[in-house]
Design a protein. Structure first.
Length: 410
């Protein structure tokens, strides 16, 4: 108390940051159960934030590898001669596979097209009493196209150059087609009927890395299809698999290799630029999962605010006593903000550790390489601090509005 002339002026109370931190720490440690429940919201929010961003970065890394190893080695050649010349005959020569495979960098290549049986004929498992499954597509394929699709054979084998060259009536079917026909084994030499033509099933495939339509089709040698039904009615295509890094060069050379006189009759579609494609996909994934992480943080913030507000209601008597002893409203508000910030930082540290463990666990389970950006881990305590500070604003304001007289009456 200072004296100015004959007047006595009471100095306003002050509190140092050290005292404020000590009071806040005491308030947190005196109620460990309540503090733990309050921090759980931040732990879950920040942990989910770190885990989601880490898993996104890890998954994006795997997407990079997939694009590099698969999409960057595929070229599709389309026959566009009919639109240019009006001729019904396909532009692909009979030795198209040999011409394509002579191009440096080509591993496998072959022509394929959808067969139109015509005359209302359908695909059956028996010539007369078999179930009508006419909607099953039939694909005429050169052996190279089938190899380029990288099939996984569960029963038997795929046809080869000898089957194709001698126009054998053999077929390879997808596992779903085999299930519809009731074919479970090849020991009985099952057959499917394309119209009135019987084809012996020599292989069942259950997966392909390219051209997934083959899994839902009956695949036959393309020379056999030419001998039975003539030239393809639709536009045939050529599927080409290349060495890694050679796809764009192969796409530029293939039209000239197939027909030096009319390279414009073919359109070779190279793989998309893997950098642009994976950047777009990774960006979409990051945006989606970042939104999910923010939602988790919002839920955690609401939980902290609710728990802190309940704590304020329980400590009305303590707040009133402090106000009666000279604590100002901003001191009370600062104490509660400091308490919620401490809990936010603590929850951020624990949540960050749990998030990193979750990323490593998922990566180990999937045989991936975990990828976690250091900025994500370093920012986690700051995110927890901001979450706790934001969550404590309203409860701290409510605490600062408590009147000493009304509080002490309770």
């Amino acid at each position: 108390m200072r004296t100015f002339g004959r007047r006595r002026v009471v100095e306003p109370t002050r509190i140092s940051f050290r005292d404020l931190a000590a009071e806040s720490l005491g308030g947190v440690t005196q109620r460990p159960a309540r503090s733990a429940l309050t921090a759980i919201g931040t732990v879950l929010g920040v942990g989910t934030f770190v885990a989601v961003l880490g898993i996104t970065a890890t998954a994006s890394s795997q997407i990079d590898n997939r694009f590099t190893s698969l999409m960057a080695t595929e070229v599709l050649v389309e026959d566009v001669s009919r639109a240019k010349t009006g001729s019904p005959d396909p532009a692909f020569p009979l030795d198209a596979t040999a011409r394509a495979e002579r191009v440096n960098g080509v591993q496998h290549a072959g022509v394929y097209w959808s067969v139109s049986l015509g005359g209302g004929e359908s695909v059956k498992s028996a010539p007369v009493d078999g179930a009508d499954t006419g909607r099953i597509p039939v694909i005429a394929s050169a052996p190279g196209a089938l190899e380029a699709a990288v099939p996984s054979v569960s029963e038997g084998r795929v046809f080869d150059d000898w089957h194709d060259r001698t126009s054998r009536k053999v077929a390879v079917i997808g596992s779903s087609v085999a299930a519809r026909f009731g074919i479970t084994t090849l020991e009985t030499r099952p057959a499917v009927f394309l119209g009135d033509q019987a084809f012996t099933v020599i292989g069942i495939i259950d997966d392909v890395q390219r051209e997934p339509d083959m899994l839902l089709s009956v695949i036959i040698p393309h020379r056999t299809a030419l001998a039975l039904w003539g030239s393809p009615r639709g536009n045939p295509k050529m599927l080409v698999s290349t060495d890694l890094g050679a796809a764009r060069q192969v796409a530029a050379e293939l039209p000239l290799a197939l027909d030096p006189a009319h390279p414009d009759h073919f359109t070779a579609v190279p793989p998309p630029d893997p950098r642009t494609l994976r950047t777009g996909v990774s960006s979409d994934l990051s945006d989606l999962f970042l939104l999910l992480a923010v939602i988790c943080l919002v839920i955690g913030t609401v939980g902290i605010a609710n728990t802190t507000l309940v704590s304020v209601m329980e400590r009305v008597g303590e707040i009133g006593l402090r106000r009666a002893l000279g604590a100002r409203a901003r001191h009370i508000m600062g104490q509660f903000l400091c308490e919620s910030s401490l809990l936010g930082v603590f929850g951020g540290l624990i949540g960050s550790a749990l998030g990193v463990l979750a990323v490593v666990g998922v990566a180990l389970h999937q045989d991936w390489t975990p990828v976690i950006h250091p900025a994500t881990v370093l920012a986690a305590p700051g995110v927890g601090l901001a979450t706790g500070l934001l969550a404590g604003l309203y409860p701290a304001w409510r605490a600062s509005r408590v009147q000493p007289v009304e509080a002490l009456r309770r």
